[in-house]
Design a protein around this ligand. Sequence first.
Ligand code: NAD
Ligand code: ZN
Length: 251
Amino acid sequence: MISGTLTRLKETTHLVVLTGAGISAESGIPTFRDAMTGLWKNYSPEKLSSAKGFSQDPALAWGWYEWRRHKALRAEPNAGHQTIAKLATKLPKVTLITQNVDDLHERAGSQNVLHLHGSIHTARCFECRHPYEHPETSAIVKFPESRIEPPKCEKCGNWVRPNVVWFRELLPAKALREAELAVKECDLMLIVGTSGFVYPVANLPLLAIERNITTIQVNLTETDLDTKVTFDLKGKAGVILPELYKMAFEE
Ligand code: NAD
Ligand code: ZN
């Protein structure tokens, strides 16, 4: 099986990589599931990640995002992120699509990353969308101990919110269009560390599978794609991706 994977990877002309929270797990950033079973399980995703929840308790939601943002600032890209960045130097075209709101792909050297769920590192006014610049300093923020009042918009005085896609919000249209186009054009799709529960992103692998192109999934646990992809590789992204790369391009 592995030799088939390697041959296809080496011969790819346009590779699409779709990543989810699993690729950043080895950098110490909790996945969605970790987030729901950990310390902050008592807070519903609705409360922390929806416009309604934010309006009802801005200090709780902003505190949660500040906790996550500072955690991401202190994290380092891992071998999985680095391997994806290196693939772009070996293949004619690579489109990287991520559901992650951290910037570990960029810090590993990937360019033009399509962030379909936004970025935790930027913020904007809840009402008028005027951008807000975070101070550059990093601090240790604890959650749920830290309730942090969000800053106010310098233009209209309303609350500032993180630049991420919340429940019932639309994905950034341009990035989604580019992602769909890439999946329709590519000849190989690599799907890494995503549970496939979150739509419409979860449709992207299905689009590639419908086209009958080669699809490779890298994931620690079972997903609905296990029996649908061409190659299903179980294990840590930070271990499997460098191994694949080494065998395909260095041996
Ligand atoms: P998810 O948490 O639903 O699923 C993570 C998947 O990664 C699981 O299938 C898990 O088995 C797998 N995984 C865990 N560790 C892995 C590893 N080391 N190697 C390979 N696979 C591993 O994540 P999702 O599918 O991205 O959806 C969650 C939503 O939450 C997204 O909308 C995303 O925006 C958001 N989120 C983002 C981050 C981040 O930016 N790093 C973190 C948590 C949640
Ligand atoms: Zn404003």
